[in-house]
Ligand binder design. Sequence first.
Ligand code: SAM
Length: 289
Amino acid sequence: MATKRWIPETLFEALGFRMSYAVERVLYEMQTEHQHLVLFDHKFFGKMLMLDGATQVTTRDEFIYHEMMTHVPILAHGRAREVLIVGGGDCGIAEEVLKHKSVARLTQVEIDASVVEFSKEHFREFTRPVLGNKRFDLVIDDGMNFVAETDRRFDVIIVDSTDPQGPGKVLFTRKFYAACKRCMTAGGVMVTQNGVPFLQPAELVASVGHFRKLFADGGCYVASIPTYVGGHMAMGWASDNARLRAVPVKTIAERYKRAGRFPTRYWTPEVHCAAFALPRFIAEAIAKR
Ligand code: SAM
């Protein structure tokens, strides 16, 4: 009987640990121009996508990250018409953004066309409602170039990037965040994939430090995603409108009602507001020095 292949997540090898996933079937594997990509079937988590040894998305728990990276900034903002996603290859975030009928235009800037191409076949639940949508634009480019050169302005920017390694490294720099600020409308908000603070504290502390140099308000909110191991996942938050982070739950609920109360499995108005209540170790790590 053939021995089962186990695929390791190597993101935390420097910390002396790794997770391995038993592979039911490899659906797709290639070295793209930018990164190593493998998609496989797992008996519990379903389809799992890994880029450069880091889990990106699984069909079993994708809803948590995708809902929290989307509905929190859009409903906190309250009047988002122009939205930009940097990264977001699999289109899971885009699918959630387009549930907001008030969003007139969504632009996704992804560096690796292969990720979108293969998602058309393997993540149809995300790509189908997105790629044919007339409110959606896809740009294949390095997010750093796009935000540095575009003359468009965005109410909400969602940075759904890989970790600060390889092509994703530049997306954690002050230069990138400053360029994002340049193409935001007044009072706009930016949220970022910012790692797991218990295992990757330096990443979050550095990003929040940059946010506070560039914006009136910088911080993060949290959610727990089973395959982003290590406890809370941090989502960076930056805006010149410091009130957006504290919009009352009643107002968020009213905005959700106006947005048509589309179905969610993790996000609720209460979870939205509670996500900004940080555990002390995270609050102290990012505390103003
Ligand atoms: N949710 C995942 C996570 O938290 O790790 C990220 C999902 S998404 C697949 C990440 C995407 O960012 C990938 O498709 C990758 O190609 C893209 N990406 C990485 N660096 C980029 C850059 N500099 N500009 C634009 N897209 C980039």
